[in-house]
Design a protein around this ligand. Sequence first.
Ligand SMILES: Nc1ncnc2c1ncn2[C@@H]1O[C@H](COP(=O)(O)OP(=O)(O)OP(=O)(O)O)[C@@H](O)[C@H]1O
Ligand SMILES: [Mg+2]
Length: 634
Amino acid sequence: MTDQLTPQEMNAASTSTAPTDHRRPADFEPVGVEPHYPPPSGAIDPDQSLGWVRRMYPVLRAHRTGAIVAAVAGLFSVLANNLVPLTIKDAIDEALDARTAGLNGFVVWLCILGIVLFVSRLTYRYLLFRTAYSIETDLRNQIYNHLTRLSFSYYDRTPSGEVISRANSDIRSIQLLMAFGPLTVLMLVSFVMAFSLMLTLHVGLTLLTVATMPFVFLTAQHLRGQLYPLMWLTQARTAELATVVDENINGTRVVKSFAAEQTELTKLARSAQRLRWSSVATMDTRARHNPIIEALPRIALALVLLYGGLLAIDGDITVGTIVAFSTYVVIISTPFRMVGFVLVQAQRAAASAERIYEIFDTEPDIVDAPDAVHLSEVRGAVSFENVRFTYPAADATGQRPEVLHDFSLDIEPGETVAIVGRTGSGKSTVVRLLPRFYDVDAGAVRIDGHDVRDLTLTSVRHHVGMVLDEPFLFSTSVRDNIAFGRPNASDAEVVAAAKAAQAHDFISELTEGYDTVVGERGYTLSGGQRQRIALARTLLENPTVLVLDDATSAIDVQVEEKIHQALRALTEHRTTLIIAHRLSTIALADRVVLLADGRVVASGTHAELLATEPRYAAVLATTDDAEPTEEGAQ
Ligand SMILES: Nc1ncnc2c1ncn2[C@@H]1O[C@H](COP(=O)(O)OP(=O)(O)OP(=O)(O)O)[C@@H](O)[C@H]1O
Ligand SMILES: [Mg+2]
């Protein structure tokens, strides 16, 4: 094979400090890309006994400068806004009616108020929303940060849709409160100010004006009472429709292969119809309430004109006062419309915060021990000692059966061992314990005699390379996919890894070679091509312990044969664990162990087991394409 690489070549290609020894260099190179966002300046308070706002306080405090400036600007705008009606009143009374003052002064004053209003509104709105969005960004970064630390068991038990929804809509609902909460407080300040200024003008007229406001509030509340169930319904139905669309797009290959398009279209149409109903009902409710909410201040206006007019005729108040009141009516009605909205939003934000805190309060099960050491010099001896293991999450039947009962297996450095067993016997489970995807319940998993729980996670996971049967590729270029574990790898290293995985030839034939962007999850490639890229991705990391979990199942036998030759060279000084159903793959191993009932029931070469162990022959006979070939017997 011209393509195949010896481990020495792999090492020389993959590390600048090529060791004279054939084993790995002493240290490892973690992916080590620093996060590009600045770390959040305040973190959620871990004390669970505090209220939700109190727990968020450190995050809020980090943005206090913007919030304080926004508050000051807001107060200026409220003040300017409330002075406008008074100025108009004085202009009418003094310049137009009594003619005791010139008009120009009032015009200039109004212009100044207008400019103050413009500048202060712009400032506080911009700062307020900027602060709210900054808080949203901080929370989002912190959530993703925490999510990346959580262990496999969390993702086993939490549906991904739920995690995504928490990270998106729940944060959005907190952001809404952060923006509209202070805005409403400002409106209330504005109301108090307007109310006081009106009282200085005429007490009776003030009380009459304010008397209609509770009706604004009540109508707005009534509207909300009817609206919220509808809005929840609309939201749920939008999500439902999104699921149908999502499944049809992601599952389009299944849909088409069953020619089930019409059934799916019907399903989609029904879902769209349900969404239409709730959307229309929402608009209907709004349409019936909003005119009332808008009309009520006009009724107040009519009352002002009626009662104020009578007062003016009697000479108790001036015409300017009536005009001032008509403007104040508009100013004071806004907070009554908004208070209810913000109260409900506060409830939603509180519920959202609880859901978000649930993520923060979930501690990762698998963490570095306080005195964990880096695994650097590795020979590659792997041993499982009387391992017992039960998954933290219930399996598909809702039970938690013990998967491994007393699993013991010693693997020499450089040995290639195949694990064979019936489907569901726990083969994948065994290898998941090696890089600490899960921790054992009893017993120990050791690499070179070190319990993996005494080592740092990053170093263990660096030295243990896993290739799974369903390779997940990212929607980037082939090169970036291969270099996923070592973004700084040179092109030569990437090509060397691809050659070893027998992927170089087909990659070179792609339109843009290594720069070809693979479609979502790599669907523009065949299953076998995806597996070879995933294999190259792991080989580039040059792990001391290589785990292939059904990793070549989609690759045809001829190509697999080539990979075997390359791997044989590569696995010579590398501990390799192979899980496979094909005899041709199993034949690659120095030793085969048979896994049944959660323990190793037989161990030996393929030929020995075939001759002496009826259960082994039985397992092979049940696997898909297992004809006892001459290949298998070697
Ligand atoms: N994440 C999980 N949470 C709970 N139970 C699980 C989980 N993964 C696997 N199991 C259960 O553990 C048992 C062993 O599964 P495992 O995946 O190790 O089998 P396997 O030998 O690799 O099978 P296959 O040959 O089909 O890949 C099965 O009964 C399975 O239902
Ligand atoms: Mg498996």
